[in-house]
Ligand binder design. Structure first.
Ligand code: NAI
Ligand code: 13P
Length: 320
């Protein structure tokens, strides 16, 4: 099968490697011609050290290279997705569009699958999410993911098309639950990083993960998702991975915040913008999202680590 991928970063490339090694023809578009040339000629992506890019991935800076594919994976940052879709809506009609990014768009307040559904209504909107570091996928390590698509038959087609010997894909029709699980776990990963970076200890991190989980469920169910979806790979699974590994950029960003260190602004950290979107949603919907709110404030220097900790610890005592 021929599959298009938009985005030549770590995740788009890693998915391309796994799918190509399974015999698919992959066409990968990246906006930066120099990055394209490196991948095409050197068969390497500096973001995936030690990984050789298979011959059946072709790289191009021309969008037409992916518009000829029926299925396109969108592996660009969540905050850039609406502009990409709006710019190319005519060429994306009728396609299977699979969002591979995690976040809530700050302007639209929607997750990636909902954004596709709203902006390209004539396409089939889906989302591929779950606990999966690009480096693991690219090395062929076993990974389990969730494919969310509102139409179960279309979801089944994508599940079959994208499963490989190393990628085990489950499916759900709950796109809202899946997109919010993936978005919110990044915020919890920042909070966990802050706790470790500030020396608050492993017990504090465990408390944040555990109390963060119902916070994720609360927003997801309020917006129409199912609580069970949050218990699966796209929610709990990714929460555990991202809050406990220094491979996570969101966790490392939190570590830097907790230590009072700077962090490379070029690194993709989806949880920062998502925390601000969640803070806005919490106000608009009048729901309690205390961890996300303090993370949003921390990312904007509106509070410091000790004040944030006090804000969480001084909340009224309640039943678990
Ligand atoms: N790296 C990982 O382990 C995983 C990443 N993801 C998700 O994948 C998405 C992409 O992340 P990565 O590939 O890891 O980030 P990355 O930083 O490695 O790559 C992002 C790519 O998007 C490109 N890009 C940025 N803005 C763009 C725009 N306006 N138009 C077109 N291309 C643009 C950049 O040039 C870069 O090549 C994120 O939402 C992330 O949460 C999901 C699972 C795992
Ligand atoms: O989503 C991920 C793993 O599932 C990757 O997390 P980071 O974006 O924090 O690196």
């Amino acid at each position: 099968m021929k599959i298009g991928i938009a985005g030549g970063g770590a995740f788009g490339t890693a998915l391309g490697v796994a799918l190509a090694l399974d015999g698919n023809e992959i066409s990968l578009w990246a906006r930066n011609p120099d990055a394209v040339a490196t991948m095409q000629n050197d068969r390497a992506n500096p973001k995936l050290p030690g990984v050789t890019l298979p011959k059946n991935i072709t790289f191009s800076a021309e969008l037409e290279s992916i518009f000829v594919c029926d299925t396109i994976l969108l592996a660009i940052p969540a905050q850039t997705l609406p502009a990409f879709l709006n710019a190319h809506v005519e060429r994306l009609k009728g396609k299977y569009l699979v969002a591979c990014c995690k976040g809530i768009d700050l302007k639209r307040m929607t997750g990636p699958a909902s954004t596709i559904r709203d902006l390209v209504p004539d396409a089939t909107a889906a989302m591929l999410t779950g606990p999966s570091f690009a480096a693991d996928i690219a090395r062929g390590l076993p990974t389990a993911l969730t494919l969310a698509c509102a139409d179960d038959a279309d979801g089944g087609i994508l599940q079959t098309a994208l499963s490989t010997t190393s990628l085990r894909i489950y499916r759900t029709t709950d796109t809202i639950g899946a997109e919010l699980g993936g978005a919110l776990k990044n915020v919890m990963a920042i909070a966990s990083g802050v706790a470790i970076g500030a020396g608050l200890g492993e017990s504090a991190r465990a408390a944040l993960i555990t109390r963060g989980f119902p916070e994720m469920q609360r927003l997801a169910t309020e917006l129409g998702g199912q609580a069970e979806t949050l218990s699966g790979l796209s929610g709990f699974g990714d929460l555990v991975l991202t809050c406990t590994s220094e491979q996570s950029r969101n966790f490392r960003y939190g570590l830097a915040l907790g230590r009072g260190e700077s962090f490379d602004s070029e690194t993709t950290v989806e949880g920062a913008a998502t925390a601000r979107a969640v803070r806005q949603l919490a106000t608009d919907l009048d729901i309690d999202m205390p961890i996300c709110t303090v993370v949003a404030d921390l990312t904007e220097n509106k509070t410091d680590v000790m004040s944030a900790l006090n804000a969480l610890l001084s909340r009224p005592l309640k039943e678990e």
